[in-house]
Design a protein around this ligand. Structure first.
Ligand code: ATP
Length: 354
């Protein structure tokens, strides 16, 4: 397998810079998700890896080979797009088989590849059906299966589950996770959906305005965002941000009406503008705590896994806390909160983590 290396890659459309001087390595045999809001340049970056766009400047390497100007058909990559590309008028099996015919595989190897992807994608029972008879979600599974069965070294996915119904989405996400784990191809996966990224990625490359602002494992990027943007974009809800009027800096020491301890930030203290805390980083109790900050419950909602999301008001500040089922169920109008130091990320005026 190959890793993919981008060296100072820029793509301009007229005066507009869609991808701005990116140097980045996509490791081999792993899943890298390009994540970011609409228009941040993820598809353009992926299209340059595919050879569907040529960089305005910079180079693209597959392993040691420079491919910047190599046409798509000579890059030996698989691609899955938003809308399923299928061969109409044929069966599911034929759809999976056709791209393999040119590879001159033995009948046993051909059947093995088809049966394996069909099994993981739950297509075994429909192998003989005509593709027209199947819904959009199943057609997208066929498109995925066909690219995976060819076993190219690199497969690129551009928002492959954006346009399918919710049930198929969950199913396809589960099957892709299994496929990626078993087959160990180098996967580049573009999405604007952070839950999809958190589920599928080994590595998330978070993009904003044509640059990669952070790349890390899902856990690392969620727990240690290097910017307010990363804290806000990942997580549902995104990170709570506490503005300067709730933060007091005296020399190297930080205090806040949101927590009861004093935090020593050393020389970084003078740069503090705001701090962030995840909803699950706020501890909540129903009874008065010795070390606690009183908060008013303005809204309660129950979420996945039976956990509660509480909207809390601490003075004029509104924050969200995620709590266990029993704490959420018992929470009345008033609760006691606190935030442990390790759950706090401080940011400077530019939104950069300190
Ligand atoms: P989306 O999810 O909305 O596709 P994205 O992050 O994938 O967003 P890109 O499709 O890479 O974003 O587009 C990045 C920017 O480049 C956008 O502002 C887009 O309008 C612009 N752009 C992309 N392709 C072209 C093109 N062929 N000509 C002109 N501008 C383009």
């Amino acid at each position: 397998m190959y890793d993919i290396r981008l060296e100072n890659v820029t793509k301009k459309f007229g005066d507009f810079t869609a991808v701005d001087d990116i140097t980045f390595t996509i490791p081999k045999s792993s899943v890298t998700v390009l994540l970011g809001p609409s228009g941040c340049g993820k598809t353009t970056l992926m299209r340059m890896v595919a050879g569907l766009e040529t960089p305005t400047s910079g180079k693209v390497f597959f392993g040691e080979h420079e491919v910047t100007n190599v046409p798509t058909k000579r890059r030996n990559i698989g691609m899955v797009f938003q809308y399923p590309v299928i061969y109409r008028g044929t069966s599911v099996r034929k759809n999976l088989e056709l791209p393999l015919l040119s590879e001159k595989l033995s009948k046993a190897e051909l059947d093995k590849r088809i049966d394996e992807v069909a099994e993981i994608l739950d297509l075994t029972s429909v192998l003989k059906r005509q593709v027209e008879e199947l819904d959009n979600g199943t057609r997208q599974k066929i498109a995925v299966g066909r690219e995976v069965a060819r076993q190219p070294r690199i497969i690129l996915f551009d928002e492959p589950i954006t346009n399918i119904d919710l049930t198929s989405k969950l199913e396809l996400k589960r099957s892709m996770k299994e496929l990626f784990g078993r087959l160990q191809q180098t996967i580049v996966y573009v999405t604007h959906d952070q839950t999809e990224a958190m589920t599928l990625a080994d590595q998330i490359a978070l993009m904003q305005d044509g640059v990669i602002t952070q790349s890390d494992s899902p856990k690392e990027i969620y727990e240690k965002p290097n910017s307010q943007f990363a804290g806000w974009f990942l997580g549902n809800p995104g990170m709570n941000f506490v503005p300067p009027e709730f933060i007091k800096v005296s020399g190297s020491k930080i205090t806040s009406p949101l927590f009861t301890q004093t935090i020593d930030l050393g020389s970084k203290a003078s740069s503090v503008d705001t701090f962030g805390v995840r909803a699950e980083g706020i501890s909540v109790t129903s009874s008065q705590a010795k070390d606690g900050v009183q908060a008013r419950v303005t809204r309660k909602s129950i979420g996945a896994g039976g956990q509660y999301l509480l909207d809390l008001a601490v003075g004029s500040l509104l924050i969200k806390a995620r709590v266990s089922h029993s704490i959420g169920r018992d929470a009345k109008d008033s609760v006691w909160t606190n935030i442990a130091s390790e759950n706090i990320t401080f940011f400077d005026k530019a939104g950069k983590a300190l």
